[in-house]
Write a protein that binds this ligand. Structure first.
Ligand code: BES
Ligand code: MN
Ligand code: ZN
Length: 506
């Protein structure tokens, strides 16, 4: 099963992960964390037995425990032996973050020409969860999106293939990895592949085809084309795609793993604009290339649904992604146009660049009417304003339910994906009122992320709902965290899974 999961993601990353009890690596590279105010000699344990004096001298000379973050290596000249043994100064033991440690080690040893890496995490009283997350750290850090490069210089190619983690109870760690963290990481890396993919390759129909491939993970997939959406009167969604030569699609993914097959599902809804030029309200040219990632919300939904299926989550979940390309064209819609959404509510277009909320308006309404969910979460790269407010560090969270807000407050730190709640108020909602139609789709500069959320709220019809504005967290062009080595971050997959695991399973 595990190898099948990995082939779903086209990413280049560590492919084989083992949890072992043995205390010593015999080939490839090995890393030992060294802690502040700890006897380093004790940490080096078994290595002292054969490399005794050399190991001792190195540890003493490097004064690692006094310099957290630094590391020092010993190399062997005998190719039949362990090639490199690295001591890594890991700061205070009680603040040790196994996932980050894995990521740093993965980043440091990805291209060293060796195919195996051993992380020594035995004797540290780490939970099975932390041990599994060390493996996740390595996978996130060694991910690269190189599929469109015809050449990659040799020193940047991933040579690392096998990761071994030594630990005190490998059976439990392995099971935590296989049944939870591994499948979630598969989903997250798949989401990255989708967001990194350029828009000439990942247009709505091609995207739908890729989602169909998830049938083999156990998802039920249904694809609505423009004809089916016309019949459903999804004019808000269709209007966004009408300037594009590419046909819009709405894809529904079903995972009915709950104890009661008829129990109300959770619905996950994603904005999937495969490219956002702004339409007739054309965006400026500089930076427009980032808009290949304007389907990050949908990618998170796809990755999360994949993870739920792979880990056979005991939940009924429906994933819905609204896929369209926003283009200027003779056939494109204009500012001032009035459209009638599936809900019957009319919308006056103020800006064709506020397109995400239009596709979501119909997708949310469709989700609510068709599946009568107990809760609905949408994810969208919705506003530049959320980037202004929160940068890349938090997603904006908006909800009509304090209960859901609490649920996310609990799950968000566990998933290591931060959220920050914004207010919703009738005073903000009123800003959307229009003279010509029931509402307008944008209202100028004030409270840009909130008015976008207020717009969405008009289409959830009282269903408990959370909107996550991930315009800042879905991708970035700076590299700061070793777990985020590419444009796409894959934000949302872990959060959705954790939220479901914490509140809707069992
Ligand atoms: N896809 C953009 C939002 C965005 C901006 C995502 C930057 C990622 C990075 C969205 O469709 C958009 O254009 N929003 C407009 C809304 C405005 C016209 C009300 C914006 O934020 O400027
Ligand atoms: Mn836009
Ligand atoms: Zn957009």
């Amino acid at each position: 099963m595990l190898s099948a999961l990995i082939s779903v993601a086209l990413s280049i990353t560590v492919v084989k992960i083992e949890f072992v009890a043995s205390k010593r690596a015999v080939s490839g590279m090995a890393v030992v964390p060294v802690f502040e105010k700890e006897a380093c000699y004790g940490v080096a344990r078994d290595y002292l037995k054969d490399g005794g004096p050399q190991v001792k001298a190195t540890l003493k000379g490097a004064r690692l425990s006094a310099h957290p973050g630094t590391h020092t290596s010993l190399y062997s000249s005998d190719p039949s032996k362990l090639n490199a043994l690295t001591f890594w100064s890991a700061g205070e033991k009680k603040r040790f973050d196994a996932e980050l440690f894995g990521a740093k080690a993965g980043a440091a040893f990805r291209t060293r020409g060796e195919s195996s890496l051993t992380l020594h995490l035995d004797g540290l009283s780490l939970s099975q969860d932390e041990l599994a997350r060390a493996a996740v750290g390595v996978r996130l850090a060694t991910y690269r999106f190189f599929k469109h490069r015809s050449k990659v210089s040799e020193n940047r190619l991933t040579t690392l293939k096998t990761l071994r983690i030594t630990c005190d109870s490998p059976t439990q760690a392995r099971s935590s990895y296989r049944s939870f963290h591994g499948p979630i990481c598969d989903g997250q890396l798949h989401a990255r592949d989708l967001v990194n993919e350029p828009a000439n390759i990942l247009f709505p129909k091609a995207y739908a085809t890729r989602i169909r491939a998830l049938k083999k993970a156990g998802l039920e997939i249904e694809v609505l084309g423009e004809k089916e959406m016309k019949a459903l009167k999804m004019n808000a969604l269709l209007g966004v795609g009408q300037g594009s030569r590419r046909e819009s699609q709405l894809v529904v993914m079903k995972w009915m793993g709950g104890k009661r097959k008829k129990g109300a599902p959770v619905c996950l809804v994603g904005k999937g604009i495969t490219f956002d030029t702004g339409g007739i309200s054309l965006k400026p040219g500089v930076g427009m290339w980032d808009m290949k990632g304007d389907m990050g919300g949908s990618a998170a939904v796809v990755g999360a649904m994949q993870a739920l299926a792979l880990r056979k989550a005991k939940v009924n979940a429906i994933g819905i992604v609204a896929l369209a390309e926003n283009m200027p064209d003779g056939n494109a819609q204009n500012p001032g146009d009035v459209i009638t959404s599936m809900s019957g509510q009319t919308i006056e277009l103020q800006s064709t660049d506020a397109e995400g909320r239009l596709v979501l308006a119909d997708a949310l309404w469709y989700a609510k009417k068709t599946f009568k969910p107990c809760a609905m979460v949408d994810l969208a790269t919705l506003t530049g304003a959320v980037l202004v407010s929160l940068g890349h560090e938090h997603a904006g969270l908006f909800t009509n339910s304090d209960k859901l807000a609490k649920e996310f407050e609990k799950s968000s730190p566990k998933a290591q994906e931060r959220t920050w709640r914004f207010p919703l108020l009738p005073e903000y909602d009123r800003l959307l009122d229009s003279e010509t139609a029931d509402m307008k789709n944008s209202v100028g500069r004030v409270a840009g992320s909130i008015t976008a959320a207020q717009f969405l709220q008009r289409f959830v019809d009282g269903t408990p709902w959370v909107h996550l504005d991930i315009a800042g967290t879905s991708s970035k062009n700076t590299r700061t965290d070793p777990r985020e080595p590419s444009f796409a971050i894959g934000y949302g997959v872990r959060l959705l899974n954790q939220w479901i695991a914490d509140h809707y399973e069992g």
